[in-house]
Design a protein around this ligand. Sequence first.
Ligand code: SF4
Ligand code: SF4
Ligand code: SF4
Length: 210
Amino acid sequence: MAKMIFADLTLCTACRGCQVACKQWKKLPAEKTHNWGSYQNPPDLSHDTIRLVRFTEAVVNDKLEWLFFPEQCRHCYSAPCKRFADKFDAKAITHDEESGAVVFTDRIAKIPAQGLRDACPYDIPRSNKAGVSTKCDFCIDRIQGGMVPSCVLSCPTQCLVFGEEDEIQELAAKRLKEVRKQYPEAYLGDPLNVRVLYLFQTDHRLYYQR
Ligand code: SF4
Ligand code: SF4
Ligand code: SF4
């Protein structure tokens, strides 16, 4: 059975351990940043930052809340990015049945970057100056070696949990029931379509608007 990551956002402290762990494992360089009025840094996903912890202040039920959103590719069951890329080259994006990972291969360089980004309902792919797209690959190399994704391993709060699809679906349903006692509007984001399943305490549009 394929795998899933559960991200219970009510447990995220925005420590950014996952963001750094992702860079370390993928050997991605740091980006030059500046104070742009938010702890969120860098300001957006990029070719060098394929996992980003987003910070947003929002008024929820007349109360100011700080919402944290560790964002990555959702590894869609039927990936729109792959459907787009397949029109050009069916080997540019692979969908690994065992893990469920949607992976950009070296042949992604030939796929139009903006079209690929536009095809993603979550606005995930980013490209470099040469127009080569990239994104999270679910740490497929670690999964195939019996390890958990680097971001999950680094998470100190159990916000991120990795496991078999049925176990994660069960955990998510259990946590949703518990979380709704405190946050009645909580829900799971797109649970039938994604392998990275977020539990939002409130409307997901308050976490990040594109
Ligand atoms: S989230 Fe976007 S980039 Fe990731 S698999 Fe789905 S469509 Fe592709
Ligand atoms: S699964 Fe791996 S590549 Fe994807 S965000 Fe986590 S650490 Fe980065
Ligand atoms: S490591 Fe866990 S708690 Fe820290 S920012 Fe990432 S998801 Fe949130």
